[in-house]
Design a protein around this ligand. Structure first.
Ligand SMILES: *[C@@H]1O[C@H](CO)[C@@H](O)[C@H](O)[C@H]1NC(C)=O
Ligand SMILES: *[C@@H]1O[C@H](CO)[C@@H](O)[C@H](O)[C@H]1NC(C)=O
Ligand SMILES: *[C@@H]1O[C@H](CO)[C@@H](O)[C@H](O)[C@H]1NC(C)=O
Length: 381
């Protein structure tokens, strides 16, 4: 899926231009004549640049300020694909206001997680022991109930099938945060990661990318990680058993409930609405449903890097699908796809003992189901 403002950029365009000026007749030219033509083209190009600069740039806004701003952007993010040359945005479209240019390209940097800063990062949790699996749970700062339910259920399990499993919660910031309370909660459990972006539904892509940033900088030696929502049931045993199966890739591996050919929602009332300016294609690349997807822990670093050159949009799971696509990779179906389940209608002990994920309705459900599942006796008749 192409992003209009990323991709091959100026060099590609230049190559096309050169090819259209010199069609397949190269052999007819003598080398001195080629040189002469090349010189003329260069001189013409220089004239064009100078004249359009003086005509358009200086009329619209001070060149120096714009240029400085452009340099600022370039130095902030080392992503060649991001650099929107003033010519493309300003000279080619004389009606574009400088402020539009500014906000458009700032939005571009929005999902690159290293633009944000950790307020709590629990640097030590991954230092002494290397986990086999890290469970990363995005959750709103105020949702203590969800965190406590997870801490009493699937988040409680530190050693699963002989492997070390770590559960951490990922928070942004919001106005109603009780900073002191959050600090106390973290002192008690050492499991909160917080970054300084605004915690909101539309910012979930940022949250996911900050999770990737934390994994790649604070826990790179872990074998696998999972992004799992706070309203989920997770059978950690089954997940670890799945990951330890021979044949499960150790790198470039992303699995979960696969979504193929999903149409982009264009209805403005939907919570999944994405405007065409953000994402022009009508379908998403193949991705794994955001409720819970599992990946080899080499991928986070690759996602962070590639996110510099992907226009952000607010559908975090499809965004990860886009990262995979740009990396030339694709998600893999799990060995037993039926283990990744979404909506359940009723609790069934036998079934819950065999799945990996299920979406739940409340934290109380999680506590109740878990208690029942862990009681003695075989889960299936
Ligand atoms: C560029 O960055 C410098 C220093 O960070 C700042 O003083 C200046 O105002 C910035 N210029 C623009 C146009 O944003
Ligand atoms: C040019 O500017 C107009 C008006 O602001 C806008 O509608 C249009 O999309 C712009 N075209 C490009 C290529 O940016
Ligand atoms: C997303 O986070 C950024 C950075 O904190 C903030 O500027 C922006 O307003 C947030 N967007 C929404 C929709 O909450």
């Amino acid at each position: 899926m192409g992003d209009p403002d990323t991709g091959s950029g100026a060099n590609g365009a230049k190559r096309e231009l050169v090819q259209s000026i010199f069609p397949q007749k190269k052999t007819l030219f003598h080398s001195w004549f080629q040189l002469l033509v090349l010189f003329c083209v260069l001189a013409l190009g220089l004239c064009y640049t100078l004249s359009s600069s003086s005509l358009s740039l200086w009329q619209n806004f001070p060149l120096q300020e714009h240029y400085q701003w452009f340099l600022n952007q370039s130095s902030r993010v080392n992503a060649p694909a991001y650099r929107i040359h003033p010519k493309h945005k300003v000279i080619l479209n004389k009606t574009t206001e400088p402020s539009t240019v500014r906000s458009t390209s700032l939005q571009y940097h929005q999902a690159y997680p290293r633009n944000y800063h950790f307020l709590m990062d629990n640097t030590e949790v991954c230092k002494d022991k290397i986990p086999f699996l890290v469970l990363m749970v995005p959750v709103a700062p105020k949702n203590v109930a969800a965190r406590d339910a997870i801490r009493q259920t699937w988040g409680k399990e530190n050693t699963v099938q002989g492997e070390l499993v770590l559960t951490l919660f990922m928070l942004g910031v919001s106005r109603e945060d009780d900073v002191e309370k959050l600090k106390q909660e973290n002192l008690k459990h050492h499991d909160l990661i917080q970054s300084d972006f605004i915690d909101s539904y539309l910012n979930l892509t940022i949250k996911t990318m900050v999770i990737m940033d934390w994994l790649s900088t604070h826990c790179p030696a872990a074998a696998y990680a999972m992004k799992i929502d706070s309203d989920m049931f997770l059978n950690v045993d089954n997940l670890v058993i799945m990951l330890k199966q021979p044949g499960i890739p150790k790198t470039n591996y992303l699995t979960g409930m696969l979504m193929w050919n999903r149409p982009v929602v264009r209805s403005k009332n939907s919570k999944w609405y994405v405007p065409e300016e953000m994402y022009p294609e009508s379908e998403y690349p193949t991705y794994t449903l955001g409720m819970g997807y599992v990946f080899s822990n080499d991928l986070p670093e690759k996602f962070v890097e590639i996110s510099k050159s992907i226009k952000p949009f607010n559908i975090e799971d499809a965004y990860i699908g886009m990262c995979m696509k740009k990396l030339g990779l694709a998600p893999t179906a799990p060995p037993k796809p039926s283990q990744f389940k979404a909506y359940n209608s009723a609790y069934n002990r036998c079934e819950f003992s065999q799945v990996i994920t299920y979406i739940l309705g409340s934290s109380k459900q999680l506590l109740d189901y878990w208690t029942d599942l862990k009681k003695p006796g075989p889960p299936c008749p």
